[in-house]
Design a protein around this ligand. Sequence first.
Ligand code: FES
Length: 111
Amino acid sequence: MRVDRSAEVPEGGFKEFDRPVRIVVAWREARLHGFDPVCPHMGDPLAQGSVVGSSICCPWHHYRFDLATGENVYSRSVYPAYLAVGLPSLKVRPVREIDGGIEPTLKVGAR
Ligand code: FES
């Protein structure tokens, strides 16, 4: 089940695909990473977000998620730290690149 061509995913950015599955794909450290297209905070679309370093930033309330693990890294800047407990992480959808195409694996993980 190929999503699309990996060459369409810009370096330092991301691309959302909507078929055959809705998924956002980004490069990080020369590897493709896939994740859900909606923010786990309030379900708003991440397509209008931006990549900041190694994370994607949601434009709505500025939560940031690690591109590889989905970890909510916004929590690292919350003080006092106990207020950050329970901030949701982004659901990761592992993908692999085969012959220039992107294939989501069947396993959907959340961290
Ligand atoms: S909807 Fe993304 S941070 Fe709130």
